[in-house]
Design a binder for this molecule. Structure first.
Ligand SMILES: Nc1ncnc2c1ncn2[C@@H]1O[C@H](COP(=O)(O)OP(=O)(O)O)[C@@H](O)[C@H]1O
Ligand SMILES: [Mg+2]
Length: 239
């Protein structure tokens, strides 16, 4: 039996009559990248909120490393290795990079938070900017700092909601390479919601496609790209 790092089973989130997510199942194995795509309003962000514990499940179950965490809150899940990155909301502009990563690590209860922070900074090539104020970083570097803050305490699962938004092609590729390296070196599993199809199909081991709160296709990038329903629903006939 495969031991999934993350397993979402028959997850539903309904807001009154709106079935934002309606019976979604997906898994992550160790070090796997799963791309999650679909039109606006398909339920991608909602499913991330469901997995992190930010939104209450209408139905279904979330398991982390074999443990049912459905009844646990956001912080308890984070402490068990389920992390997400936010877009810049977590950055203190007037604090040096190293200090804020260390602070995040300390807040996580990591014993040697300095070593933890320094590992993360080195892994994401932020070490040369360790004394720079976040406000003085370039945009691409700020996004790497978002990622750094999500990586303190060595999470096993990383959930990313459009991490490439607003980045140049070069910055996106750079971030994608860092993600790929993280999955092999740190064996982090990644659920990647992203509009940039080149990135998604380029770095994902598997791709899942949502439409109207449901999974309409899931499989290897090549299989999903070739799926008639996906092409009609999302990629357009020219894809
Ligand atoms: N708090 C909420 N209350 C009511 N409807 C919501 C709420 N959050 C999301 N929705 C609805 O759920 C659907 C899925 O939204 P979302 O998960 O943000 O889609 P995506 O991230 O794929 O663009 C949309 O129809 C959206 O309007
Ligand atoms: Mg969204």
């Amino acid at each position: 039996m495969t031991q999934y790092v993350l397993q979402a089973e028959d997850v539903a989130i309904h807001y009154g009559g709106v079935k934002a997510v309606d019976g979604v199942s997906l898994t992550l194995t160790k070090g796997q990248i799963r791309g999650l795509i679909g039109p606006n309003g398909a339920g991608k962000s909602t499913v991330i909120d469901a997995i992190t514990g930010r939104s209450r499940l209408t139905r279904g179950q979330i398991s982390l490393n074999g443990e049912d965490v459905s009844a646990l809150g956001v912080v308890e899940r984070r402490m068990r290795g389920l992390s997400r990155s936010f877009q810049r909301t977590s950055i203190f502009g007037q604090m040096p990079v190293r200090k804020q990563v260390e602070l995040a690590s300390h807040k996580m209860g990591v014993k040697d938070s300095q070593a933890d922070a320094d590992d993360v900074l080195q892994e994401l090539d932020l070490w040369p900017m360790r004394d720079t104020l976040a406000d003085d970083l370039g945009y691409g570097e700020q996004r790497r700092l978002d990622l750094a803050l999500a990586l303190v305490g060595r999470p096993s699962v990383l959930l990313l909601d459009e991490p490439m938004a607003g980045l140049s092609v070069k910055e996106s590729l750079d971030l994608a390479q860092h993600l790929k390296a993280l999955t092999s070196r740190w064996e982090v599993s990644v659920l990647l919601v992203e509009h940039d199809m080149d990135v998604v199909f380029g770095i994902s081991d598997e791709v899942t496609v949502f439409e109207l709160g449901r999974v309409i296709a899931s499989g290897s990038p090549a299989a999903v790209r070739a799926d008639t329903r996906v092409r009609e629903a999302y990629l357009g006939s020219s894809a």
